[in-house]
Design a protein around this ligand. Sequence first.
Ligand SMILES: N[C@@H](CCC(=O)N[C@@H](CS)C(=O)NCC(=O)O)C(=O)O
Length: 230
Amino acid sequence: MLDAIDPTDQAPTLLKDSVLISFPICPFVARARIVAIEKGVDIKVRFIDLANKPSWFLERSPTGTVPALDTGTHFIFESSVISEFIDECSDGSLHPALAADRALSRAWTEYATKLLMPQYMMMMAGSQAEMDQHRTTLRTAMGKIEAALTAKPYFNGDDFAIVDAAYAPVFVRTAFLLKTRSIDLLVGLPKLQYWAAALTERHSVCQVHGPDHYDQLDEHMAQRGSILAG
Ligand SMILES: N[C@@H](CCC(=O)N[C@@H](CS)C(=O)NCC(=O)O)C(=O)O
């Protein structure tokens, strides 16, 4: 059986010199950065303009999406995979101990996209009808995870895990919409409210979403012609 990391594997060393290709407000980037902070990995971040992707990035990235982790020898894409790589290459694990729990955590980590996408589309909507449609999709997805949550304060209980890092950006945005637009996306979802409160006050989540994060979201919404733009 293989150890998580072969003792001769150079990956932990590679991680020290790796660069995370990023975009400031990207929730998928945020997920990987939160995991890095939680694991005490000081990762270098390089921001690119997604509206004008540099050719060196397009040449190496098959998806053209951020985050991507450039280790110097490997160009790793997909935020869940990058998060797992950071976790594996540093001490301890941000995954539950039991295989079935790990599998479930991974499945719900994938599910976060079902919230992130309609939430983004809702925030960028150009009309009320479009916004309502994405809000309904988002609320349906939120209802499914509300029904599935069995632990607190985090997804698996007391220990913060990769799955929590995946949902934290969703809740940073629900807090933004509540505070700045009086839109309450978590109304009637008490378990998500509890989880959201725990995640949005977590040090790593606050560190990744700095004091200018709300301004960056506002600016992005204005650029996209959102009806919610200020
Ligand atoms: N499944 C990907 C999604 C990443 C993603 O969609 N990133 C967005 C920014 S938040 C992106 O790079 N968009 C640029 C594009 O799609 O052209 C992941 O988890 O890494």
